[in-house]
Ligand binder design. Structure first.
Ligand SMILES: Nc1ncnc2c1ncn2[C@@H]1O[C@H](COP(=O)(O)OP(=O)(O)OP(=O)(O)O)[C@@H](O)[C@H]1O
Ligand SMILES: [Mg+2]
Length: 381
């Protein structure tokens, strides 16, 4: 099929000339081909500033190869850059400041965990689902918060993938459990300490005011592992928000996080809920609450940060069935649905951004035509 539309994918070289997420981009290209939208993968290294041309990678389904194509910078871009290190950060910031005026992004950037918490707190319907959260402000303050909530999580405000996360629990009047993961995501096994020892034990994590301290939701399953849920909320081909799917994640042994990259296992939401709650009506109610919250968060984030096309929402469901919002991820992966065998959700997770992009491009060209018509007929635009 001839391509009437184009979507740029802004990516990043991991090392040498190896691109992150290339398998995802290949799937986007194949679906795109069927839908009539050409997918152009490029990085900040692939642009010729003087001509606004890019040296893009284009996947050819006919021969199964990626080929280079020199073409104009696309007007619509799906930003999949994640920040790995200072060099990449500089590159992407430079790209943004130089070229963003020529580009409409499918999603605008969100902010870090602390900023997100503050903004989401402004919405009372969302606020009731947020765990109590403060910024790290010294150990005295931290211990007071711990004694109040009995279980807390310390997380780097800009961290991802479960790096640098600590969980603390109060066991007795001066007995506390500390465990977590270091900056390289290695598991730091649990240690029981007294109040006086907390300071020394925490020194491993180099806490500062870029850390947040959060009420911990009890999420330990009977087998001793923690769990939570990852929901994918996306815009569809009519520009409407929808929940594409929601999957459970179970952390590996001795882990305080359930992230798949940290060794977690994906399971269908329903089987995880059934293992914890007996009544089907209760389960249905929890699912509805979770879905409603996911949609609310997506709409509100869009109101606050500008247009968005998708987000990955981390949810926790406590033993009473209350739904909590743990985190909002602006550049979610979609492999969970493949792993749990939900092929339809997986397919939609890939096709939605493309269909939404086509919807946007069509809307744009309609608006453009009506402006031209108005001009031709001397009508107000
Ligand atoms: N308040 C909390 N109560 C209970 N568990 C939590 C809490 N906060 C985080 N966790 C656990 O730690 C995991 C990682 O936390 P979070 O998603 O906030 O950090 P992250 O490093 O940004 O992860 P990612 O970028 O992979 O989504 C969660 O998926 C959950 O398993
Ligand atoms: Mg997360």
């Amino acid at each position: 099929m001839a391509h009437s539309y184009q979507l740029g994918i802004l990516a990043m070289y991991l090392s040498e000339r190896r691109l992150e997420e290339l398998a995802f981009f290949r799937k986007l290209s194949v679906y795109g081909h069927k839908l009539g939208i050409e997918v152009l993968v490029f990085t900040p290294d692939d642009i010729e500033g003087s001509t606004l041309k890019i040296n893009a990678l284009v996947y050819r389904p006919s021969n199964g190869r990626w080929q280079r194509k020199r073409t104009a910078l696309p007007g619509l871009v799906y930003d999949r850059c994640r920040y790995h290190g200072a060099d990449n950060y500089r590159k992407i910031s430079r790209f943004r400041s130089l070229y963003s005026k020529h580009i409409r992004y499918l999603s605008k950037p969100l902010t870090n965990k602390w900023g997100m918490h503050q903004i989401l707190s402004e919405n009372s319907e969302i606020a009731e689902h947020l765990p109590a959260t403060v910024r790290y402000n010294g150990n005295k303050h931290l211990i007071r918060f711990l004694k109040k909530h009995k279980r807390i999580y310390l997380k780097p405000s800009s961290g991802t993938g479960g790096r640098g996360i600590v969980r603390m629990q109060q066991l007795g009047s001066s007995s506390f459990l500390i465990q977590g993961r270091d900056q390289n995501r290695h598991i730091i096994p649990e240690q029981t300490v007294s109040e006086l020892q907390i300071e020394t034990k925490l020194s491993t994590w180099k806490l500062n005011n870029r850390y947040i301290v959060q009420q911990g939701i009890p999420l330990t399953l009977k087998n001793g592992r923690v769990h939570d849920f990852r929901m994918l909320v996306q815009k569809d081909g009519n520009g409407e928000w929808q929940v594409t799917g929601c999957a459970g994640r179970i952390g590996p042994k001795r882990s305080v996080t359930s992230n798949l990259h940290g060794g977690g296992t994906a399971v269908p939401m329903i089987s995880l809920l059934r293992s914890r709650f007996q009544d089907e009506a209760v389960i249905e109610g929890i699912k509805e609450d979770a879905y409603r919250l996911g949609m609310k968060v997506a709409r509100f984030a869009e109101e606050k940060f500008g247009p968005q096309c998708e987000m990955g929402i981390d949810l926790a469901i406590d033993p009473k069935g209350k739904v909590w919002l743990l985190e909002v991820n602006p550049k979610p992966s979609r492999e969970v649905f493949y792993r749990i065998g939900e092929r339809e959700a997986y397919r939609k997770a890939i096709s939605n951004p493309l269909e939404y992009a086509i919807w946007l491009l069509k809307k744009r060209s309609r608006e453009h035509t009506s402006r031209l018509d108005a001009r031709k007929n001397n009508l107000p635009e």
